[in-house]
Ligand binder design. Structure first.
Ligand code: ZN
Length: 322
């Protein structure tokens, strides 16, 4: 099964508002207190995120930080369009737009369904060297067997395909200053990412701010979904969608990669989307934690300088974006 040619895809790029990290630190430090009992937001030198317990494909989140959204739920729902298969390496290179640089690209998308002839989640985490070689730390997660267990599987270095939709953070993988957000014990109703996004939205209003990176669920359990195989009957409502998705309560430690953005910027965007991997069988799409008393989150994020919208659906709808 072949890729869509990246040079034929519509790329739309918009600059994002880039606040000082110290300002975001203050905004989040104040706002997250209403959702978590313990909150520490810092501007730090990005630790080497290749190391245990983070396992990113490259060390840093800096250098041309870029949010990339490809396709969207309208290619999956009501019925799948299986022609939507993309090359993550070519999309990463065209989005960053620089010759001869290393690229780290990570985030949440639909996985390469052609591997098992089965729909799956994609958890993308890849380094593309400037010489073209690839270090792929990406995974797919799928529902297997009559018991519908969750299975997580590492993708080979040669696997560049993803399907339908993705929210990705791309950068040059360099060291530099980033935000560290550490929260323990949830006392509010919002999930970790929503609490960050709403705080930024409330402060920056119509200015569009995007973050990307990685967070760990270090303790507790989280509610996550894995897509079942493509539905042969149309999915038109949130209820039908939630019956089709397979939900699990997954235990820590989980490493989630993805993006958030404060508004759609007239680009028909998904405002937040993180998928997680682990060193067990668990992986999938993050919704929220189910253990507020003992949940612990640690995230590292950088601020995107631009949003690149790729192959935006012409006919769109607003469901399936949770
Ligand atoms: Zn997802």
């Amino acid at each position: 099964m072949s890729f869509l040619k990246t040079e034929d895809l519509l790329f739309e790029t918009k600059e994002l508002f880039v606040p000082k990290l110290e300002e975001i630190q203050e905004v989040l430090q104040e706002a997250l207190r209403s959702n978590f009992d313990q909150v520490t937001v810092e501007v730090v030198d990005c630790p080497n995120l290749k190391n245990d317990p983070y396992y990113l494909a490259d060390s840093g989140l800096c250098g041309s930080p870029t949010l990339v959204e490809v396709g969207g739920p309208p290619y999956l729902l009501p019925l799948v369009d299986t022609s939507k298969i993309y090359d993550i390496t070519e999309i990463a290179k065209r989005s960053i737009g620089k010759e001869s640089t290393n690229i780290l690209i990570c985030g949440a998308g639909a996985g390469p369904h052609m591997i098992h002839d089965q729909n799956c989640e994609g958890i993308y985490n890849m380094k593309i060297e400037n010489n073209g070689s690839i270090k792929n730390c990406s995974y797919l997660a799928r529902v297997v067997g009559v018991e519908e267990k969750c299975a997580l599987e590492k993708l080979p270095d040669t696997e560049k395909r993803f399907a339908l939709l993705a929210n990705l953070f791309a950068c040059e993988g360099k060291p530099g200053k980033v935000l560290r957000v550490h929260c323990k014990k949830r006392i509010g109703q919002l999930n970790f990412i929503t609490s960050i996004r709403i705080a930024l939205q409330n402060f920056y209003k119509e200015k569009c701010v995007g973050l990307g990176g990685l967070f760990l669920i270090k303790s507790g359990m989280v509610y996550q979904h894995v897509m079942r195989h493509f539905s042969t009957t149309p999915i038109n409502t949130e209820d039908q969608l939630n019956n089709w998705l397979k939900f699990y309560e997954m235990p820590a430690v989980l490493n989630a990669v993805g993006t958030l953005i404060t508004n759609e910027n007239d680009l028909d965007l998904r405002l937040q989307h993180f998928h997680s991997f682990s060193n067990t069988n668990w992986g999938g799409h993050y919704h929220y934690d189910t253990t507020p008393e003992n949940v612990e989150y640690e995230g590292f994020f950088n601020v995107g300088e631009q949003i690149v919208r790729v192959d935006r659906p012409r006919t769109t709808h607003k469901f399936g974006r949770d």
